[in-house]
Design a protein around this ligand. Structure first.
Ligand code: G16
Length: 542
């Protein structure tokens, strides 16, 4: 085995977005593309003598990319790599392995909820020794490195057999191939009352879990069916496929429509859930009732003490800025701090490390806690199950009870995808320029209280993240937020977030789109969506 150094040149556009570098798969497969980015990671965080975790969501090119990264790691002097069997690891499981083994970080191969396949999406991201996504200062340094890179190092020779757990060597590097599920399942068992959930299952409780042909399937089979005793067949679409079976592995009502239909139909089980490509997102559905991610976060915060891991209470909660303020009301009642961060799980890392927050969540179907440093789909499902087992109430009862106590934050996100990038940026610039003129004016009958472009001052390390989204608050407590997505790979995606608070229990059963009608009209008028980007309607509503 020989280590060779290849000359290369910087490649345009290797700037990590909200969560790592995501591009079309054919772009990642171009000569030197993956190699340049991986060498830039090693050049930034160091490689010699270090230990890293490696795994991905199994999408097309996952296996080959893993082999390239292993050979580059060996050539760069990495001492040890811990790799999921078959190069598979869900994102939360990777985060756990990074922490459990006290490693120097990990490389995760995933484009998350984006479709996979030869013409779809691929992604690479680096997680820090705390198990969380690299913060902006680090991803900026990686990006800077991609712009000056002149060579990369790689071992020439045979590939590593990743088909079974065990220890092998690659040059001087040790490679430990591990069962992707075992340590993660043990962690879940240490957090939740599996006994109580098993008793619930024995009492006749039924569930459907949609793995969306992505990485969570094996985890869900093991935990839900084998350890918790749910019937075989509870988990559907449970085998990870390189193209996710042609599906869009995004657990929301649009893309997980089969689950939605079943849960709204006459033969619905008691509880339904789905997870995404890399297992960090979750969607929760009760029989006949959908739980929005913002509501799910609020319900979990209000009931977390019912699970063993959180019985001592929460230190604080955190949500991304566009996420609804429902959890803030719970925090107020619990007399704990509620933090508001920019979109991107990486912004929660400092709060979790500093012990300021225990639970975090985002409107984008992400919920998690300080057990790892990523959002965690199955964790959220298990916390729900633990709560259902203790409260012995249905999802609908728990949700209505929650709204009765705290009021309901009607909430929706409208996505306008594949926009002309220039037009979308132009629209945002115009909107930002108008911010100072907005307070005190009225739009579509709603009076504007305040408007700004969100800036986050991290209370732990003092770093500042500016320009994180335009938010407009109205005097009746309603709110709109507009920002461009940082995870897309095709043109631009405008995300429009809409929220309205309703304290009156007799008005808690409205269709959210109806309840939000005036706010939606105000948002369109304010941003000039049709005039600026030529769209009347969103592609996806969540
Ligand atoms: C990623 C981030 C999340 C973020 C989401 C949407 O999720 O980890 O924190 O909320 O993207 O980001 P954007 O609105 O910029 O597209 P995932 O599941 O894709 O890793």
């Amino acid at each position: 085995m020989r280590s060779v150094t290849h000359s290369t040149q910087p490649i345009e556009g290797q700037k990590p977005g909200t969560s790592g570098l995501r591009k079309k798969t054919p772009v990642f497969m171009r000569p030197h593309y993956l190699e340049n980015f991986v060498q830039s990671i090693f050049d930034t965080v160091g490689a010699r003598g270090k230990t890293f975790v490696l795994g991905g969501d199994g999408r097309y090119f996952n296996d080959r990319a893993a082999q390239v990264i292993l050979k580059m790691a060996a050539a760069n002097g990495v001492a040890r790599m811990i790799v999921g069997q078959g190069a598979l690891l869900s994102t939360p499981a990777a985060s756990h392995l990074i922490r459990l083994n006290e490693t120097d970080g990990g490389i995760i191969l995933s484009a998350s909820h984006n479709p996979g396949g030869p013409t779809e999406d691929f992604g690479v991201k680096f997680n820090m020794p705390n198990g969380g996504p690299a913060p902006e200062a680090v991803t900026e340094a990686m990006f800077a490195r991609t712009r000056e890179i002149a060579e990369y190092r790689i071992l020439e020779g045979a590939e590593v057999d990743l088909s079974a757990p065990g220890r092998v060597t690659l040059g001087a590097m040790q490679v430990d191939v591990v069962d992707p599920v075992a340590d993660y399942a043990a962690l879940m068992e240490s957090l939740f009352d599996f006994e109580a959930i098993r008793a619930l299952v024995k009492s006749g409780f039924t569930m459907r879990f949609d793995g969306m042909c992505a990485v969570t399937g094996p985890y869900a089979h093991e935990i839900l069916e084998r350890r918790l005793g749910m019937a075989e067949g509870t988990v559907v679409q449970g085998a990870p496929l390189p193209d996710f079976g042609g599906h869009h592995p995004d657990p929301n009502p649009t893309w997980a429509h089969a689950l939605m239909e079943e849960m709204m139909g006459p033969k619905a089980p008691d509880f339904g859930a789905a997870s995404d490509g890399d297992g960090d997102r979750n969607m929760i559905v009760g029989r006949g009732i959908y739980v929005s991610p913002s509501d799910s976060l609020a319900v979990l915060a209000a009931n977390a003490h019912l699970a063993p891991a959180y019985k001592g209470g929460l230190k604080g909660v955190a949500r991304s800025m566009p996420t609804s303020c429902a959890v803030d009301r719970v925090a107020k009642a619990l007399r704990i701090e509620a933090y508001e961060t920019p979109t991107g799980w990486k912004f929660f890392g400092n709060l979790l490390d500093a012990g300021r927050a225990t639970l975090c969540g985002e409107e984008s179907f992400g919920t998690g806690s300080d057990h790892v440093r990523e959002k965690d789909g199955l964790w959220a499902v298990l916390l729900w199950l633990n709560i259902l087992a203790v409260r012995k109430a249905s999802v609908a009862e728990i949700l209505h009870d929650h709204w009765k106590t705290y009021g309901r934050n009607y909430y929706s996100r409208h996505d306008f995808e594949a926009l002309d990038t220039h037009a979308a940026e132009e629209m945002m610039s115009r909107l930002k320029a108008s911010i100072p003129t907005l307070p005190g004016t009225e739009i579509e009958g709603l009076a504007i209280l305040s408007a700004d472009d969100f800036a986050y001052h991290d209370p732990v390390d003092g770093s500042v993240a500016r320009a994180q989204g335009v938010r407009v608050r109205f005097t009746d407590g309603s709110r709109i937020v507009l920002r461009l997505s940082g995870t897309g790979t095709e043109g631009a995606t405008l995300r429009l977030y809409l929220e309205r608070y309703e304290p009156d229990p007799s008005r808690h059963d409205l269709d959210p789109q109806e309840a939000l009608g005036p706010v939606i009209r105000a948002a369109h008028a304010l941003a000039g969506i049709r005039e600026q980007i030529g769209r009347d309607r969103p592609n996806v509503i969540t």
